[in-house]
Design a binder for this molecule. Sequence first.
Ligand code: FAD
Length: 473
Amino acid sequence: MKDFAVVGSGIGGSSIAALLSAKGFDVALFEKDSHLGGCSSSFFHKGYMYNTGATTLAGYEEGFIVKEVFDAIGFTPKVIPTDPSIVVIQEGKITPRFRDFELFYESVQENYPHAKNRKFWEMVFEINREFYKYSGHYYANANIFSKIKSLLSFLPLFMRFQKYFRVNAFTFMDDFYGGIALEYFEFLESQILIVAQAPSKDINFFTAALALGYTFNKNHYALGGFSQVFEDMTKHIKDVYKKTEIIKILQQKDHFELHTHQEIFRAKKVILNATVYESGKLFSDEQIQNYYKKYEKLDNHQSSFMLYMTIKSSKKFHSHYQIIEKEPFAHALSRALFVSFSDASDTKIAPEGHYSITASVHTDSRFWQNPLSYQRQKKELHDTLQSLILSKLQIDEDEVVASFSATSKTFKHYINRTQLGGNAITIKNFLPFLPGNDTPIKNLYNVGDTVYAAQGWPGVMLGVKNLQRLLHV
Ligand SMILES: Cc1cc2nc3c(=O)[nH]c(=O)nc-3n(C[C@H](O)[C@H](O)[C@H](O)COP(=O)(O)OP(=O)(O)OC[C@H]3O[C@@H](n4cnc5c(N)ncnc54)[C@H](O)[C@@H]3O)c2cc1C
């Protein structure tokens, strides 16, 4: 019998499994797909490699959560820093998001001049610098007492930043600037959306400032494709089962039984890295089903449309671009396309002289349900995005060696989820309503971007740290 069974090898599942294993627990990690990493993995297609979704490793620096958890595991990822973290392209304006404040300020002031820009971005910078100093807060959800106690742990943070919690981020920014020009608003909104996964009208300014300011922190590129990070991180776990889907979990008196198509495994404690919207389906126990059912309504159906390309080119590219168009793309929710290039030195992900490209735009999983229009829509959006990338980044058509796309249906097939982007922290969906890492069911836990704390490397890792605390290990 295992001490822990971890179902899913995304950021949350792999990190907590590696952490528990490093602490001497007997852990089994189960992954449905052939690659580890979930939304943050990589894969092969017709001989070329691509990052699946995530392309940026944020929060890996001294004093930040990702480094803290990696250090506790005893693991150093093979990464290189990226600066600028993104280059934003909007209507002929090119704004590199440099880590250095003055360098960034110069370009934002040149492209979107405003007397209040310095004050605004200094405030964003300061909120980011200060936030990471606050530790000691945690989130427990198992019962009302633990919930209240954990909410109290956030008091110092709420007190320090209270003025940013009062109104929604759009109102805050509009008041701050005394009216905000549409083009500059789209510049801010697109960057908020990729990190906070919600528009500025739905979130407070504190969350928006963390989203706008992550580029002032160190960001990294993972060498050899993102799955390599997961392979390296989990290499000391004795039992890592790939291509092994858990299809049913039965709660017994003092343990859980985890069923695959072939076998039954036993573990004293279970940590689920599947989305909180899907987890209920694994159980037949009514209490557990009901627990997960109440979170199904949080599923906002937000998803991603992906364009993957390999190009052969001698040109130099930045790691990440955000291309903002005037109108939203058809079959998508956004007018902004996020485009990531492999590093020219990384010949594991793309052969020498080639680049592997992962591009994504927000969509709604319900746009992809009609089998009659599916292929047509997919081709339309694929062609639109590809020609946009080629024209904005001066890539010739004959430099394209491979090109294909993926929808929420593809994600469902490989990693069991259509909702991508996690459970966004919005004004309506804030503490204490977020699903937690603990549950009212003894020895059953959750980790990942649909439960505390948020999406992305730093957000999921805050949840891993929180879970470590709740497990008292
Ligand atoms: C297009 C896109 C771009 C992104 N870009 C970035 C970025 O640049 N930087 C960043 O920090 N974040 C980024 N994110 C967000 C980030 O990738 C996710 O928030 C994060 O990877 C989610 O991790 P998770 O722990 O929730 O696990 P998930 O990624 O959801 O993985 C869960 C895993 O569990 C497995 N699983 C599920 N059910 C079962 C089962 N029953 N049995 C076995 N296995 C199962 C799945 O196959 C999957 O591998 C991006 C997300 C997307 C979609």
